[in-house]
Design a protein around this ligand. Structure first.
Ligand code: C2E
Ligand code: MG
Ligand code: MG
Length: 604
């Protein structure tokens, strides 16, 4: 047995701290080994790490084994001295003469090893050369070059941590290493059958971690995470790979094969956190952990997708108040579709002609039966999917930055159209739907002021849903007040569905109340709807609102609304939303609107 390093324990700790042992091959280290072999014209070059009882090769050129016992390792001697160890005649060197690698195959006849020394001074292994014939061309110059390359390799080993290869708290490999293992597992999959599975565990929620940080401080939070990592390690099956991918998140990659019981692993993992983790001052902290599971190739095509899928499963588990969940492809496919749709919408907004257009639905005043206004409704003719309903893409756009350009486009188009109608002697107030994102945009009222200026103050209204009004009352109120100051009237859309208290009605900066279709569509049949609608009309009128009913689909409903004093109505019974040309035709044909004959022009 070669002698041990004088500080063997600390040396081993330094080696294990690199997190390098038993990781898959990495291109950068393989390249160093290849380059070294070429440079010194040897068949074999290794990056060897000297562990307690073995030497393990991080990179290896010209040799088929991954490790050998420590007692036959030349490198075990090389780490005992700071300079390069050169063995040019092993058969006559008492340290190696009886070494089976010298006596028998592969018959080592030359060895040179430069120690890999950590910045704290511990030699963890070597960069070494092996030849199977005697060499006498390795002098001090060559030794210096080899030592230089070893220093370079060591620097790479130590900077891996900076690049997320190794987590500084748990010393576990990070995402880049996970990707390397995944590649190896996924390629091996063909022959072995079965899926590569990824189990991701969040040891607690982000909120709980913030709370832990706040209560115990960051150093103790780190300690807690480290303890948690030990628990995860304690249930790791042979062959699976554990990585630490974010402060509260660990992933376990399981190779394909029937011997892997991921159900058991999942249960063990959950059970490992059944007892609280002990923090500073012996305070037990029960960690609220969740596990999400995803499979390659069914759930994702690559490691990034697999992580994403397992994290989505964790969210599902949290939402369902369950300990764990499998990735639900069906459910999340919709999310993926939404994302694709958003990308396409962005393109459509960049060149709206041809894809985006407006339709207009008439609103009639019940007292006169005349149409005095229209609601602008956006339509999207998607190049591949055909007509996509705003009910499908508006909610997606609302969560994104696209709502601003979208609404600005609708407003501009609607005002331009209404100005054109006015030219033809038809005066209609156009209502445009506006989302809460628009009202949170500081430039919104300025944008409208600009439009009104450019189009000679064409009359417009905006419609804001009741839930948007409730979502950010102060900001929304300020925006609506600014818009109203420009003479733009504000309608509360979908009234009755947004769970607002009636008390709010007296404070909303709005002029018009649109009773939602759910109360109107069956009004002729449902006595309870009748009670609600009648009371709403009374209340709204007495608070000074104009009241519109939307979704009127039959004459009976229209008659009831009229009898109860509803000001206006909109719905399929009156007219469906129409493109501009059809709208003008509809209006002129029915002669139901006050056609304002301008001095120089009469309607056709
Ligand atoms: P909304 O503002 O409440 O618009 C009324 C919706 O009801 C329209 O659907 C309209 O076509 C439909 N409708 C009208 N009369 C009837 C009827 O008698 N029966 C039935 N069953 N439905 C009727 P649409 O055009 O599909 O729009 C859906 C929603 O999408 C709108 O609800 C609005 O919230 C949103 N939206 C549409 N265009 C825009 C837009 O330009 N900007 C924003 N922010 N939202 C828009
Ligand atoms: Mg509307
Ligand atoms: Mg509505």
């Amino acid at each position: 047995m070669p002698p041990l390093h004088p500080e063997e324990e600390a040396r081993l700790r330094a080696l294990h701290d690199t997190g390098l042992l038993d990781t898959p091959p990495e291109q950068v280290f393989e390249r160093i080994a290849e380059f070294t072999a070429k440079m010194f014209h040897v068949p074999t070059a290794l990056i060897s790490l000297v562990d307690q009882d073995r030497q393990w090769f991080k990179a290896c050129v010209g040799l088929d084994v991954r490790e050998t016992p420590r007692d036959i390792a030349f490198c075990a001697y090389a780490i005992l001295r700071p300079e390069v160890l050169v063995v040019s005649d092993p058969e006559n060197d008492p340290r190696f003469a009886a070494n089976p690698l010298v006596v028998g195959p592969p018959h080592i006849r030359f060895y040179a090893g430069a120690p890999l020394v950590t910045s704290t001074g511990y030699p963890i292994g070597t960069l070494c050369l092996i030849d199977y014939q005697h060499r006498d061309d390795f002098g001090s110059k060559e030794a210096e070059s080899l030592a230089g390359l070893a220093g370079f390799a060591m620097e790479l080993i130590e900077t891996r941590r900076l690049h997320g290869f190794i987590d500084p708290v748990t010393r576990l490999p990070g995402r880049p290493i996970l990707a390397e293992y995944f590649q190896a597992f996924a390629q091996g999959r063909g022959g072995e059958g079965g899926a590569v599975e990824l189990l991701t565990i969040d040891i607690c929620s982000p909120e709980q971690m913030n709370e832990i940080m706040r209560l115990f401080g960051p150093a103790n939070a780190d300690l807690l995470v480290k303890t948690a990592s030990e628990r995860v390690k304690s249930v790791m099956p042979e062959g699976a790979v554990l990585c630490h991918v974010s402060p509260i998140r660990f992933t376990i990659l399981c190779p394909p094969g029937p011997e892997f019981d991921t159900g058991k692993l999942r249960d063990d993992l959950l059970m490992a956190f059944d007892t609280p983790v002990v923090a500073e001052g012996n305070v037990p902290v029960p960690l609220r952990r969740h596990v999400g599971i995803a499979r390659y190739p069914d759930d994702a095509a690559d490691i990034a997708g697999l992580i994403q899928a397992s994290v989505a499963a964790i969210s599902d588990a949290r939402d369902q108040n369950a300990d764990w969940a499998l990735y639900d492809r069906q459910k999340h496919f919709a999310g993926r579709r939404a994302f694709d749709l958003l990308i396409d919408l962005r393109a459509a907004l960049a060149a709206p002609q041809g894809q985006l257009f407006l339709v207009y639905q008439p609103k009639v005043t019940l007292e006169s039966g005349l149409c005095t206004g229209v609601e602008a409704l956006i339509r999207w003719r998607h190049p591949k999917l055909g007509l996509v309903s705003p009910a499908d893409f508006i909610p997606i756009a609302e969560g994104s930055a696209l709502m601003k350009p979208l609404t600005e486009w609708v407003l501009t188009q609607a005002i331009a159209d209404s100005a054109e109608w006015r030219e033809q002697g038809i005066d209609l107030i156009v209502a445009v739907n506006v989302s809460v994102e628009n009202l949170q945009d500081k430039g919104f009222s300025g944008f409208i002021a600009g439009l009104l200026g450019s189009y000679d103050r064409a009359p417009i209204q905006i419609e804001v849903t009741e839930s948007a009004l409730m979502s950010d009352p102060d900001e929304v109120h300020a925006a609506l007040t600014a818009v109203r100051a420009l003479g733009v009237r504000v309608a509360i859309d979908d009234f009755g569905t947004g769970h607002s208290s009636l008390a709010y009605l007296k404070a909303f900066p709005a002029d018009i109340l649109k009773i939602d279709q759910v109360f109107i569509s069956r009004l002729n049949k449902d006595p309870r709807d009748q009670t609600i609608v009648r009371a709403t009309i009374d209340l709204a009128r007495s608070l000074g609102y104009r009241v519109i009913a939307e979704g009127v689909e039959n004459a009976e409903t229209l008659a009831l609304l009229s009898a109860w004093g509803c000001h206006a109505a909109q719905g399929y019974f009156i007219a469906r939303p129409m493109e501009q040309a059809a709208l003008l035709e509809w209006i002129l044909e029915r002669q139901r609107i006050p056609v304002l004959v301008s001095e120089n022009r009469k309607p056709a």
